[in-house]
Design a protein around this ligand. Structure first.
Ligand code: ZN
Length: 465
């Protein structure tokens, strides 16, 4: 650490303090000095709330060890002790915050982003640290109103206890043949250790942790990143394929025919299983999810709750409602049923193996039995920071004047005879997000026309679907 890095006042590039995390391009918007300042600011805030120790984890990116070291220095200089854990996925850090004697933790991760990105996800008191709290860190650093002192920096091993906890959950009768694509992300070593001890046959793809992501982008919500997994599942006659994003908090699933199951479909399969033990329980999904999911939850005896998009707000809602299971279209899946309530894609994979290994049907049979709807994926299109929320407010006002049936917990989700359409402003990027779902193609075309008309009325070009 240079003396410059430890200077009392610090200004972050304004783009890196985001809604749910801190993220930037290393060497361009994010520097090692930011890691130190963030650690010191975050530790100062939590020390004022009585915290004494924080865990620090890091993913497999090339810049993660250096950022984690500077972060730990910053935390220690605020008088908070640091417990460093091994390289691994974000959920392993969350596991550490629930099982070690710490008050919270920081994960150094760029999630699914390109190799030159990196960032930080913070937890305090077993809840995500997000929104205004992150902006507050920026103000605190700019003023240099840090706590001082010298916390200890030590190491603890959670890799083995974490893998053991995942294994403990496995209870399938029928061993399965599974292809796993880690995308060279941070879950690679965990999944190697896990599958070596699981019954069944396991084919591992891109399991070596490599921050240059040589095979493909570690983002399983993008179909082009699932090509290799789909081919392997079909060629090797697997029961299913499972993929993870770069930090192991989002899952991708492919059925035995090589077809992709989307986040809301995976959720429905798992929600049915959770509801067997938790009849009547509230199950939370975000506004982007299909109506098929909400209807399916109700049909399975659950209470479907539609909530805002964003893993931090979903987690907070789960705690508020004491919900056993929640998820997002983006395939963050949160189990409080038998687990800790954070988004752990490797844990979700074990639950999925249990459902399949204890049931008679295949994944494709599940998929094909779902009510038929046609929908667009999530359409994201650019709109400036200043305009994006104004556009949504304008659309909402026009819809209210028309007396439309609108759910407005996050943007507008409009229900009509054809189905539903959604328009919301992203919290993390300067984009608007649209999605439409109808019973048939003709209905879908009419829904897209409704979205387009609203955007034109606000002076925007419609997106390319
Ligand atoms: Zn992630």
């Amino acid at each position: 650490m240079t003396s410059l890095a430890k200077r009392a006042q610090h200004r972050f590039n304004k783009t890196i303090l985001r809604e749910y995390d801190v993220r930037g391009v290393v060497g361009s918007t994010l520097f090692v000095e930011d890691a130190y300042a963030l650690g010191r600011a975050f530790a100062s805030v939590v020390r004022r709330k009585g915290a004494k120790r924080l865990a620090v984890g890091y993913d497999g990116r090339m810049t993660s060890p250096e950022l984690a070291a500077a972060l730990a220095e910053g935390i220690a200089d605020a008088g908070i002790s640091v417990v460093r854990i091994e390289c691994g996925p974000s959920p392993m850090l969350y596991f550490a915050t629930f099982t070690l004697d710490v008050d919270g933790g920081v994960m150094v991760t760029g999630s699914h982003n390109p190799p030159d990105y990196n960032g930080f996800k913070m937890n305090f008191d077993k809840m995500p640290f997000f929104g205004e709290s992150i902006q507050e860190l920026g103000r605190l650093a700019a003023e240099g109103s840090y706590e001082s002192g010298r916390g200890e920096i030590g190491d603890e091993r959670v890799f083995e206890p974490y893998v053991a906890r995942l294994l403990e959950e496995y209870q399938a009768d029928r061993p399965l043949k599974v292809a796993w694509d880690m995308g060279n992300g941070a879950a690679g070593e965990v999944v190697q250790a896990l599958t070596a001890r699981l019954p069944g046959t396991h084919i591992l793809l891109n399991e070596t942790i490599d921050g240059s992501f040589p095979a493909h982008h570690p983002d399983p919500t993008v179909p082009e990143n699932l090509v290799q997994l789909r081919q392997t599942v079909v060629a090797e006659a697997c029961d299913l394929g499972i993929a993870f994003d770069g930090d192991g908090d989002r899952i991708g699933v492919v059925d035995e025919t090589g077809e992709i199951l989307w986040g809301d479909q995976i959720m429905l399969l798992l929600a049915r299983d959770v509801l067997l033990q938790n009849p009547g329980a509230p199950i939370i999904a975000d506004v982007k999810a299909s109506q098929v999911l909400f209807d399916g939850i109700a049909e399975a005896g659950g209470r479907p709750i539609m909530w805002k998009t964003g893993h931090s707000v979903i987690k907070a809602k789960m705690a508020e409602l004491n919900s056993p299971f929640a998820g997002e279209m983006s395939a963050h899946l949160f189990f409080a049923d038998r687990y800790y309530g954070y988004d752990d894609a490797v844990y979700a994979a074990i639950r999925l193996l249990n459902v399949l290994g204890n049931g008679a049907g295949s994944l494709s049979a599940f998929r094909l039995a779902l009510p038929k709807v046609v929908n667009t994926p999530e359409i994201r299109f650019p709109c400036s920071e200043e305009r994006k929320t104004i556009v949504v407010a304008e659309v909402k006002a026009r819809l209210a004047a028309e007396g439309a049936d609108v759910i407005d917990i996050d943007g507008v989700r409009v229900q009509c005879d054809e189905g539903w359409w959604l328009l919301r402003a992203s919290n993390t990027q300067d984009v608007l997000v649209a999605r439409c779902e109808a019973a048939d193609e003709a209905g879908l075309a009419r829904l897209k026309a409704m979205v387009d008309a609203q955007l034109r009325a606000s002076g925007l070009e419609p997106p390319v679907y």
